[in-house]
Design a protein around this ligand. Structure first.
Ligand SMILES: Nc1ncnc2c1ncn2[C@@H]1O[C@H](COP(=O)(O)OP(=O)(O)O)[C@@H](O)[C@H]1O
Ligand SMILES: [Mg+2]
Length: 263
C-alpha cells in the first residue's frame, strides 16, 4: 500500500504518518517512510534515536551522487542530463533503520522550487516514482502542503492521499486546494483526517464545511502528544487516545486497499 500524507503546516501530518508507520511496523510489515517535507522531522516522530537521525543524509544535498546518476551537477544551469537516472539502490544506501521501518529524507528543494526542471528535482521525482510503482511494499510519504513530488505517472498507484485538517477555516482551504491538484493528477482515493478535535461539535464543523470529502478519522486533541514532543519522545506507543483513532484509519485503509485489489 502507498500512502501519502499532506495538509497545511502544523496540522499533524508528521504525527499521523509516524504513528501509521509504527502501527504497520508493529504488525510485522516492512515500511518505507519517506520524509518529503523540507522541515524534516518524521524520523524523530517515529522514534529513531538521535544517533540514527544524525546519520540522515537528505537526498537533495547529495550533489556528487546526483551528478553521478544524472550526468549533471546540481545547481549548474543548462546542459543535458538523464531524465531517468538509476535510483533502485538509494533506499539501501541512504536509508536509516528502526524496527521494520526504513527512512529516507528528501531535504530542501533548491531555489526555483520543486517545479524546476533541474538534475536534483528529476532525481527526486524519479526516486519517488520508483518507490510508488514498486509493488509489495508499504510506503508512507510525509509531504508538505502540496503534492509536487507526485507526478501523473504515479498518481494512480497512490492508494490513499490523506489530507490532514484541524478546526478552523485555514487548513480547510489548503485541503480544498490540495484535492483539486490531486484530482487533476488523477489521484482518486483522497481522504480527510480531522485532527486536534476539542469537542464532538468539532466533528459537525468538518462535516458541514467539507461535506464533499470522505472523512476517515477524527483525532482528539491530546495533551499527551504535546508532552511527548516536549520530552523529545515519539507519540507511539504512549499517546493512546490518538493512536486508537489512527488504528481505525489503518483499518479503513487496509479494508479499502483490499477492495481495490479485488477489482
Ligand atoms: N491531536 C493532537 N493533539 C495535540 N497536539 C497535536 C495533535 N496532533 C499534532 N499535535 C502537535 O502539533 C504539532 C504539529 O504536529 P506535526 O505532526 O508536526 O504537524 P505537521 O507535520 O503537519 O507540520 C506538534 O507539536 C504535535 O505534537
Ligand atoms: Mg511535518
Amino acid at each position: 500500500m502507498k500512502i501519502a500524507v499532506t495538509g497545511k503546516g502544523g496540522v499533524g501530518k508528521t504525527t499521523v504518518a509516524a504513528i501509521l508507520a509504527r502501527l504497520y511496523s508493529h504488525q510485522g510489515d516492512f515500511v518505507l517512510a519517506v520524509d518529503a517535507d523540507p522541515d524534516a522531522n518524521l524520523a524523530s516522530a517515529i522514534g529513531f534515536s538521535e544517533l540514527e537521525i544524525s546519520k540522515i543524509q537528505p537526498l537533495s544535498s547529495l550533489s556528487s551522487f546526483i551528478e553521478e546518476r544524472t550526468g549533471a551537477r546540481p545547481g549548474a544551469g543548462g546542459g543535458f542530463f538523464k531524465i531517468n537516472p538509476r535510483v533502485d539502490d538509494v533506499v539501501d544506501r541512504f536509508g536509516i533503520q528502526f524496527e521494520n521501518i526504513r527512512l529516507i529524507s528528501i531535504g530542501k528543494p533548491k531555489p526555483g522550487g520543486t517545479g524546476c526542471y533541474c538534475p536534483e528535482n528529476v532525481f527526486i521525482k524519479s526516486l519517488v516514482t520508483h518507490l510508488i510503482l514498486k509493488k509489495d511494499e508499504m510506503l508512507i510519504v510525509d509531504m508538505e502542503a502540496g503534492i509536487e513530488h507526485l507526478g501523473r505517472g504515479t498518481a494512480k498507484a497512490v492508494d490513499a492521499l490523506l489530507i490532514v485538517v484541524e478546526p478552523g477555516k485555514r487548513s480547510l482551504q489548503t485541503a480544498k486546494e490540495i484535492r483539486k491538484l490531486a484530482l487533476d493528477l488523477g489521484i482518486l482515493r483522497v481522504f480527510l483526517v480531522a485532527n486536534k478535535l476539542h469537542h464532538t461539535q468539532d466533528e459537525d464543523f468538518f462535516r458541514k464545511n467539507l461535506s464533499d470529502f470522505e472523512i476517515i478519522g477524527f483525532l482528539p486533541f491530546d495533551k499527551a502528544l504535546i508532552e511527548a514532543d516536549t520530552n523529545g519522545q515519539a507519540p507511539f506507543p504512549t499517546c493512546r487516545r490518538v493512536i486508537q483513532e489512527i488504528e481505525k484509519i489503518k483499518h479503513f485503509l487496509d479494508t479499502n486497499s483490499q477492495m481495490s485489489e479485488d477489482k
